[in-house]
Design a binder for this molecule. Structure first.
Ligand code: NAG
Ligand code: NAG
Ligand code: NAG
Ligand code: NAG
Ligand code: NAG
Ligand code: NAG
Ligand code: NAG
Ligand code: NAG
Ligand code: NAG
Length: 495
């Protein structure tokens, strides 16, 4: 029990000491001990980190971080005040942050930094002794940027060739100094037809089934002290490209506070010409050419005789008729009803319609004169000799005379012979007829088969071989038997 009063004294003295200590230290700084002693143990400030304000006059910029430092050695407590008040709410909204054992204040970049200007004081203590430092933080208003955003070239802010079902990304960049942070981007697509006026539609309002649009804005603050321009960019991500997604795009960068904007038009999406397209194009081209050739061939088939006739009539040399009174003499077998009808009812009237003077034996020989003489004479006064070669003609008695005369005239170059192969002619028989086969082998025949040859084509072919017409009035039918009557005459009876 001897210890009890003693212990009571000790407890009492400790209690009293504490009471005295609290009373003595109330309101004073540094009721603490530095954790460890550095150097000679004296309390002093350390030079600020190089990023922090080196002076007591500190400038705060909109777009640059700032820090003020009260870093010290051999201290145990720090107290800050702003404009004389210790109640200032530091660590507010992450805009003013106490760091490094509360010895450093970081200012973040602010849109409105006015609130953060003022006098900042720190008091640093080692328990028995304290030192203080006072900073004047002033806001430096940078000259507000009033211009329009300026486009910065990027690789992906241009035309892109993308295949169907693929993804594409445009990325465009704009710089607007202090207003860069404000930049707002919008992406548009031209929905107007190619030739029409442009019709810009916000990509958000597009309704292209399958394709999705996503835009992402990127603002990269530049490092403090860097001379790099302040820029912001925007990406437009186009996923699952469909035909509707091809076309021209534009991006608009706007500074809302000054209502300044810039546009960039060049981004556009074009399809990649796939191999299938090329093949298709070639096939279409080949087919097209084929059809065209066919068309031309068919057309030529239909009109070539007309064209040739036109050229002949227009540009053909007009033959000197000289002594010749007739354009053509027609040699045929008048004993054959079929041949005679063809000559008298078809060839002759057709030629006469075309203003040719034609000599035909049945009609044009005068009664009384020898037929052979007349035929010879008629051949001499004609520019052409048309020979209707039929099976009955080959066996006709006059044939030899006519063919020989024609051959003579032809060799003297006085007359051109036009053989017409009429109906079915026995080739073997034809070959046996000496003069005739000789003629046929050197001359081009015109063939005519009833029901198989078109009459108009036949006549056109015949007209092609006839002498070119001079621009003259209708000719007289004939010389040997003059008449104005061009209608079909009743054939004379062969004497
Ligand atoms: C202790 O060191 C500091 C610098 O570290 C110097 O300024 C100060 O005079 C020194 N004090 C004593 C008592 O030596
Ligand atoms: C506090 O700092 C002063 C001045 O440097 C020094 O004299 C004193 O011994 C220090 N006190 C303690 C407890 O370190
Ligand atoms: C405070 O600012 C300095 C210098 O700018 C930086 O190194 C540090 O990371 C910042 N601290 C915080 C918590 O933001
Ligand atoms: C700061 O220290 C100086 C002496 O260096 C003193 O006169 C002044 O009262 C101190 N200020 C505060 C706020 O402690
Ligand atoms: C630009 O496009 C290429 C290929 O299209 C892509 O690899 C690159 O990441 C794009 N760059 C940007 C900034 O979007
Ligand atoms: C397009 O993007 C989507 C989503 O990122 C992805 O699933 C798809 O595979 C991409 N398509 C192509 C062709 O790259
Ligand atoms: C998009 O178009 C489809 C049909 O073309 C229609 O059903 C749908 O309602 C449209 N969506 C919007 C948002 O206009
Ligand atoms: C891509 O678009 C096509 C065509 O509209 C559609 O059928 C398909 O489902 C789409 N694919 C994706 C992944 O959206
Ligand atoms: C911004 O400018 C555009 C023309 O460039 C004008 O149509 C619009 O009314 C302006 N907006 C404001 C809020 O001034």
């Amino acid at each position: 029990m001897a210890l009890q009063p003693c212990r009571r004294d000790v407890i009492l003295s400790v209690f009293l000491t504490c009471m005295v200590s609290i009373f003595l230290c109330d309101g004073a700084l540094g009721d603490c001990m530095p954790n460890q002693q550095n150097g000679n143990g004296s309390l002093h400030f350390l030079p600020p980190d190089k990023e922090c304000c080196q002076e007591l006059e500190c400038e705060l910029y909109h777009d640059k971080p700032l820090c003020i430092s009260c870093q010290a050695e051999n201290f145990c407590s720090v107290a800050w005040s702003k404009d004389g008040s210790i109640d200032y709410p530091f660590n507010l909204d992450d805009q003013l942050i106490l760091t490094e054992e509360d010895t450093v204040i970081n200012f973040s970049v602010q849109t409105d930094s006015q609130d953060f200007t003022g006098i900042y004081s720190c008091t640093v203590s080692n328990g028995t002794y304290s030192i203080n430092k006072t900073f004047h933080v002033t806001l430096v208003e940078d000259i507000p940027y009033t211009g329009a955003p300026i486009e910065e070239e990027t690789a992906n802010c241009s035309k892109q060739q993308v295949g169907l079902g693929q993804n594409a990304t445009f990325y465009c960049k704009f710089c607007a100094e202090s207003k860069t942070k404000e930049l707002e981007f919008s992406w548009w697509k031209n929905e107007g037809e190619e030739s029409e006026e442009k019709k810009w539609v916000l990509v958000d309002n597009l309704n292209i089934s399958g394709t999705t649009y996503t835009s992402v804005d990127v603002f990269n603050p530049v490092e403090k002290g860097s001379t790099q321009k302040l820029c912001a960019g925007s990406s437009l991500i186009i996923q699952n490209i469909t035909t509707g997604a091809y076309g021209q795009y534009k991006v608009v960068a706007l500074i809302p506070s000054t209502n300044q904007s810039s546009e960039k038009y060049s981004p556009s999406l074009t399809p990649v010409p796939g191999p299938s397209d090329v093949t298709l194009t070639i096939l279409v081209a080949i087919f097209g050419t084929f059809v065209l050739v066919l068309l031309v061939a068919v057309l030529w088939q239909a009109v070539h005789l007309e064209v040739k006739l036109f050229i002949k009539d227009r540009f053909g040399d007009i033959e000197e008729k000289g002594q010749r009174s007739h354009d053509a003499f027609i040699a045929y077998d008048s004993s054959s009803e079929e041949d005679r009808a063809f000559v008298l009812e078809f060839i002759r009237p057709k030629l006469m319609q075309n203003n040719y003077a034609v000599y035909v034996k049945d009609i044009d020989t005068n009664v009384g004169t020898s037929l052979a003489e007349e035929v010879l004479e008629a051949m001499e006064v004609s520019l052409r000799c048309i020979i209707l070669v039929s099976s009955s003609f080959i066996s006709s008695r006059l044939m030899g005379l006519q063919v020989n005369a024609a051959e003579d005239q032809m060799s003297e170059q006085k007359m051109k012979v036009i053989p017409i192969l009429f109906g079915d002619v026995d080739e073997k028989k034809l070959k046996r007829v000496e003069g005739l086969s000789r003629l046929m082998s050197v001359l081009r025949c015109i063939r005519y088969k009833e029901g198989k040859t078109s009459k108009s084509k036949f006549i056109k072919r015949l007209l092609l071989r006839m002498p070119t017409q001079s621009k003259k009035g209708p000719v007289k039918d004939m010389l040997l038997h003059p008449t104005n009557d061009t209608t079909l005459l009743t054939p004379h009876v062969d004497t």
